[in-house]
Design a protein around this ligand. Structure first.
Ligand code: XIL
Length: 747
């Protein structure tokens, strides 16, 4: 008996020694993993299963991390390659690996619009049938991994900047697929934690606000959603507000949700400098500090083990170096700083939790949209190609040469509109211009009548210029490009080819301008589609362009454009319905630029005199004072529904996600709006001038930014509005506090 006992023990020890020897240092935990485990943090990484063959990769992975996510192999295209075939081979391999090394596994992902198999994409679906497919997929996959996968990214990237993303799922099923997906996953494995996962949702912004409300609604309907994944694909090219992250995490916790960082990387424009690496390390650290500050937040996953295995250089050209280990799989500054942060544990953070008062979201202006065309338009100055019909037409309506008066000239001597479509990696555009006087003989190219296109994607920034009637200038961009003007100089067609494979799904920085010189030393106007201060040529304050299509890639974060400004008033304007420049000297003057009633033609068109207008707002103490100048061929105010009369409407986001709607029909005072305080609207007798004031609640008046919009509605006699002009592009959803611009309340 005794001998047998000894014999067994001896065997056991021998086996253990052998195992340890076999895996060498493998099972020895690194400082990172040790420190994380001490703090109760799950430290994870996405795993490229092919790279497991690499010994150093394998070892680094095992030593440093205690959770894995399949980077690709559990997505539909791999796991469900044909309608009746599931292939769990690679997923199972990763699971076995994880178990062997005492790691947990996160499931990624059950519903997404990318990396789907062709059979799913190519079918026109009936809703019931697609629901069956989705239910079967979720239940089959979750059941297969029941009890093994501790958390699932159930729905991935279902939101856009300002609402539901138009994915395959949304287009066939509407928003209900989200709730169903969670319920089915929960049925299949009631113990698994279920997450909603997305990008650009870390800070408080339009998207995270929308997500917050969606999650709240799902909870109210009893949907089993347990957490949020913040992907956190950050870029040093863009700022990141950690206080905003902190507030956002806090409010999500208040809903009782877990908050995980699921796909962290911090990309750098390559080649990276020492200060880049330092800044990168700081970002990794700050994210961890915020995670340590909250109980319900403990899973910190980086999107890849090393820079040699990162998706970043492929997806965001010209950037890289985004992870904790370099291309040789050696630890970087960010790694060491993360270890330090974890060893220290939770520290006191000086962030405010109260985003309501302290921090206002910056509004992401809806991007311009370029639609894909099947065949490219011919660049010959003759705009007859069918392809152009696919494009959205936008106006040039802001003169950025004058910071204080951005309006187009009101004598109508300069006006223009533009349309963009794309095919593959080439942008095709058309510009129409109306100008009383064309000048092209100035010795400085840019002082002539010309058009310019500004483009920013990854490391490509291009500014192209063409004088009316001339080719592109040579210096501006050395990629492939074409341009052709018609004889009169009223139309040009152009194309620009980018050094990438396909623009589909991308968002680029974008601007376009129309310059006009009527004979003086300097240009009179340079009109753009967005307000700003003419620094687009430095790559700054560009608008955004979205290349619409079913996206194989993840777009960059949407950018934000310059807010409209309510400057402080030196004197209180009198509200008498008469406008003078002196009285409104402090107001920046803007155009009513975009007809949001027509998604395809947001410009009202060249030489259309039906309606136009401008506006400006100043602030004095708790009051906003404003004017509207309105040119309307025909004033209609006889409709029973005031919304259908000629009117001015202002939208103010007094509470997050909620707009107060203030309307004044031409000739009348403000209607009841529910906003407390004083407000007056005073029109001139002929309806061409409105002067108004609105008292802001004191907590709003103390803010720097407020979500805002202003619209000029025009009915020319029918039973609906003909035009509703806003200062920004969009689809007339301001009423729902969607697609708002922002107003900076200057002191
Ligand atoms: C990426 C992978 O890292 C790449 O290898 C693949 O080619 C494309 O997908 N958001 C997600 C992840 O949810 O699944 C994506 O992963 C990155 C963005």
């Amino acid at each position: 008996m005794e001998t047998r006992f000894y014999f067994r023990t001896f065997h056991l020890i021998a086996i253990m020694v052998l195992i340890t020897a076999f895996f060498g240092g493998c099972t020895k935990k690194s400082d990172l993993r040790k420190a994380a485990e001490k703090q109760g943090i799950l430290i994870g990484t996405a795993v490229d299963t092919r790279a497991l063959e690499d010994e150093k990769y394998y070892k680094t992975l095992v030593q440093n991390f205690n959770v894995v996510t399949a980077e690709n192999v559990m997505k539909w295209e791999t796991i469900h390659p044909r309608r009746d075939v599931y292939d769990f081979t690679e997923g199972d391999k990763l699971l076995a690996f994880a178990k062997k090394h005492g790691m947990k596994m996160r499931g990624h992902t059950l519903v997404w619009h990318n990396q789907n198999p062709n059979w799913l994409l190519s079918q026109p679906w009936k809703a019931d049938e697609l629901y069956k497919v989705l239910e079967e997929h979720i239940k089959t996959v979750v059941t297969h991994y029941k009890g093994e996968i501790y958390a699932w990214d159930v729905v991935n990237e279902a939101l856009d900047v300002d609402g539901y993303r138009e994915t395959l799922w949304y287009l066939y099923l509407g928003p209900d697929y989200i709730e169903k997906a969670f319920r089915w996953a929960h049925e299949a494995d009631p113990d698994a934690l279920l997450y909603y996962n997305d990008y650009s949702n870390g800070e408080i912004n339009d998207k995270s606000n929308y997500m917050y409300n969606m999650l709240k609604d799902l909870q109210a309907d009893g949907v089993p959603v347990h957490g949020v994944g913040l992907q956190m694909h950050l870029s040093l090219e863009f700022g990141f507000d950690f206080e905003s992250l902190y507030m956002n995490v806090n409010r999500l916790h208040e809903l009782g949700l877990h908050v995980d960082y699921t796909e962290i990387d911090v990309r750098i424009k390559t080649p990276a400098s020492d200060s880049d690496y330092r800044e990168q390390a700081m970002r990794y650290k700050k994210m961890m500090e915020i995670m340590l500050a909250f109980d319900n937040s403990y899973a910190y996953t980086v999107w890849g083990v090393s820079d040699a295995h990162s998706w970043v250089p492929g997806a965001f050209r010209g950037t890289g170096d985004a992870l904790l280990f370099d291309k040789e799989i050696e630890p970087k500054q960010a790694y060491h700083m993360l270890v330090e942060t974890l060893e220290k544990g939770a520290v006191e953070l000086n962030y405010s939790k109260n985003y309501e008062d302290k921090f206002r979201s910056r509004k992401a202006i809806p991007p311009f949209r370029a639609h894909a065309v099947a065949s490219a338009p011919k660049i010959d100055g003759n705009p007859n190609d069918k392809a152009w019909e696919k494009g959205v037409t936008y106006p040039f309506n802001y003169n950025q040469l004058n910071l204080y008066d951005q309006r187009i000239p009101d004598n109508n001597d300069l006006w223009g509109e533009w349309t963009v479509v794309y095919k593959g990696n080439t942008i095709y555009g058309i510009i129409r211009r109306h100008d009383e006087k064309t000048r092209t003989d100035h010795k400085l190219d840019y002082e002539n009548d010309n058009i310019e296109v500004f483009f920013h994607l990854g490391d490509v920034f291009a500014q192209l210029r063409s004088r009316v009637g001339h080719d592109w200038e040579s210096h501006a961009y050395d990629g492939e490009r074409k341009i052709a003007w018609n004889k009169e100089g009223t139309v040009c067609e152009y194309s620009v080819t980018l050094p990438i494979d396909d623009l589909t799904g991308m968002i680029s920085g974008w601007n376009i301008s129309l310059s006009d010189n009527d004979g003086k030393e300097n240009r009179d106007h340079q009109l753009y589609p967005i307000n700003g201060q003419n620094d687009g040529w430095q790559g700054k304050n560009l608008g955004t362009m979205q290349y619409v299509g079913d996206s194989p890639r993840v777009p960059e974060d949407p950018r934000v454009v310059m807010p409209f400004v309510a400057a402080p008033a030196s004197a209180e304007p009198s509200l008498d319905g008469t406008f003078s420049d002196d009285e409104w000297i402090d107001a920046v003057k803007y155009q009513f630029a975009y007809n949001q009633l027509n998604p395809k033609k947001q410009s009202i068109g060249l030489n259309n005199r039906a309606i136009s207008g401008s506006w400006g707002i100043v602030r004095k103490e708790n009051y906003l004072y404003g004017f509207v100048l309105r040119n309307d061929a025909e004033t209609v105010t006889s409709n029973a529904d005031p919304a259908l009369n000629d009117n001015v409407t202002i939208y103010l986001e007094i509470e997050d996600g909620n707009a107060v709607v203030m309307r004044t029909v031409v000739g009348k005072d403000w209607e009841e709006s529910g906003l407390n305080g004083e407000h007056q609207a005073k029109w001139s007798d002929d309806g061409s001038v409105l002067e108004f004031r609105i008292e802001l609640p004191s907590n709003v008046a103390s803010r720097k930014m407020i979500g805002f919009n202003i619209a000029l509605s025009d009915n020319d006699g029918g039973d609906k509005l003909d035009y509703k002009l806003y200062p920004i592009t969009g689809d007339d959803k301001s009423q729902e506090a969607k697609g708002l611009a922002e107003l900076e309340l200057q002191l």
